[in-house]
Design a protein around this ligand. Structure first.
Ligand SMILES: Cc1ncc(COP(=O)(O)O)c(C=O)c1O
Length: 455
């Protein structure tokens, strides 16, 4: 492991952030957005709230079409973990864009080097891989692998987890009427532990993991046909609001599943490859999943994802017709290999953990300072601040969340809205000054919104 060099990612705070236009979005962004919406629908909430057109990104900063400059607290959508346009990653993609763009499933040297690197950095016997081009496809492959490896066909997932937007991925998540009239047969959901809002607590109010497991046991007996192939969950919920389980949860869940011969699938599309300061997030709890999905930061912006499978279940992968048109193409492999090498060469797992300390120091003080900050949490650069109307009732404060998002964006912080939980995912390469500046902006915005809404 190398050592983080802040000079390589320096942010000049005289230039960033800097909002020059009288309105945000500025006129050029507005004009581009007006042209776009003639031809595109279904834009995310993020864009509907702030239809800015970005033009370029460098390291931890972004610039829009009007020349407004932002500090990046979103990493795209948890994707550019190593900042925008890292020279080594851009160069790697450009090399293969000129040399070999696609060779379907055939072996290439760059793919072999990537596979060997993945085998070297991932924990335990997670040594069998297949490469994909989206997180959703990797999740689908994980489900098929579990079916093939166990001969069973049911799945359990958790409330408010997110696993993608294909038929089975939405069956692992919250239904809406457009996902389908019903969840696919054999897919079931259970509550996951949330230490801020425990469903089952001990007399002192702390979350009682054993009670969750008792419920899972009853649920499997009463609601399934006892053909559960796998329990699929995000180690830390991303979309659901950075919900981190208590430290005893995963080790106990692992034992619980082993006793029932149910596989553990960690959907680490969002949490892997340095985002939380580890290669995979499950390492925080020394718990080895049987199947892991990897995405987002893996190619640092280039669409490349993976499924990793433990040795005893690797034969399952042979049975599922695992390859796809784009999975493991040479450009994708070059991007992913460069990302893994950059993390090692620049000591970035360590940097993510340093930033975690910095961010926690700042956020945790807000629980005392503000009436509307109910909880703060995070690992590495995966952070969340929960806004509530009342700290005793913990009633979610959606209006405050939306306003804080907008106030901070107007001050030059590019980030992701999520109802009453402020979600932050800065690149793990961020220097201290930009990290503090981002937190200053959020702190100021929370103060303004609290005053506006509560007086
Ligand atoms: C945990 C998790 N799984 C799967 C997906 C789907 O990934 P993609 O959007 O690349 O298909 C996401 C995307 O946000 C995710 O956060």
């Amino acid at each position: 492991m190398g050592k983080y060099n802040p000079a390589a990612y320096a942010v000049d705070l005289k230039q960033f952030p800097s909002i020059k236009t009288a309105t945000l979005p500025g006129p050029k962004s507005q004009a581009l957005h007006a042209r776009a919406v003639k031809h595109i629908r279904g834009l995310s909430e993020q864009v509907r709230l702030f239809p800015v057109a970005f033009e370029s990104g460098q390291g931890c900063t972004l610039t829009d079409a009007d020349g407004n400059r932002y500090i990046d607290f979103s990493s795209g959508i948890y994707v550019t973990t190593l900042g925008h346009c890292h020279p080594k990653i851009s160069e790697a993609v450009a090399t293969y864009a000129k040399k070999l763009m696609n060779a379907h499933d055939f072996t290439s040297e760059i793919k072999v080097r990537l596979l060997e690197k993945m085998a070297a950095v991932l924990p335990g016997d997670l040594k069998c891989f297949q490469l994909y081009d989206s997180g959703t496809t990797a999740v689908e492959a994980a489900l098929r692998t579990c079916r093939a490896a166990t001969g069973k066909n049911e799945f359990i997932s958790c409330f408010r987890d997110f696993h993608g937007k294909s038929g089975h991925a939405v069956s692992l998540a919250r239904m809406n009427k457009f996902n389908g009239p019903t969840r696919s047969p054999g897919f079931y959901m259970v509550p996951r532990p949330d230490t801020y809002r425990p469903l089952w607590a001990r007399p002192d109010g702390t979350l009682d993991t054993e009670k969750y497991l008792e419920f899972y046991d009853l649920f499997i007996k009463e609601s399934t046909t006892n053909q559960v192939a796998a329990f699929v969950l995000e180690p830390i919920q991303g979309w659901g609001g950075t919900i981190i389980p208590p430290d005893d949860f995963f080790p106990k869940l692992r034992k619980f599943l082993d006793e029932r011969k149910i596989l553990l699938v960690a959907d680490e599309v969002l949490t892997s490859i340095g985002r939380t300061g580890k290669w995979i997030c499950m390492e925080h709890w020394n718990t080895l999943p049987d199947v892991v999905t990897i995405g987002k930061g893996f190619g640092n912006g280039f669409p490349v994802t993976a499924m990793a499978v433990r040795a005893p279940f690797a034969e399952g992968v042979d049975k599922i017709s695992a390859s796809t048109s784009y999975g493991g193409n040479p450009m994708a492999c070059a991007a992913a290999l460069a990302s893994l090498e950059v993390i090692e060469e620049e000591g970035l797992l360590e940097r993510a953990r340093e930033l975690e300390t910095l961010f926690h120091k700042r956020m945790d003080a807000w629980k005392q300072k503000f009436r509307i900050v109910g909880d703060t949490r995070g690992k590495g650069c995966l952070l969340g601040v929960e806004l509530v109307k009342d700290k005793a009732t913990k009633e979610p404060f959606d209006e405050a969340g939306k306003l804080v998002y907008q106030h901070a964006f107007r001050k030059g912080l590019a980030w992701i809205p999520a109802g009453h939980i402020l979600r932050m995912s800065p690149p793990i390469v961020m220097p201290d000054n930009a990290a503090h500046k981002g937190m200053d902006i959020i702190e100021e915005s929370i103060g303004e919104v609290e005053k506006k809404l509560l007086g």
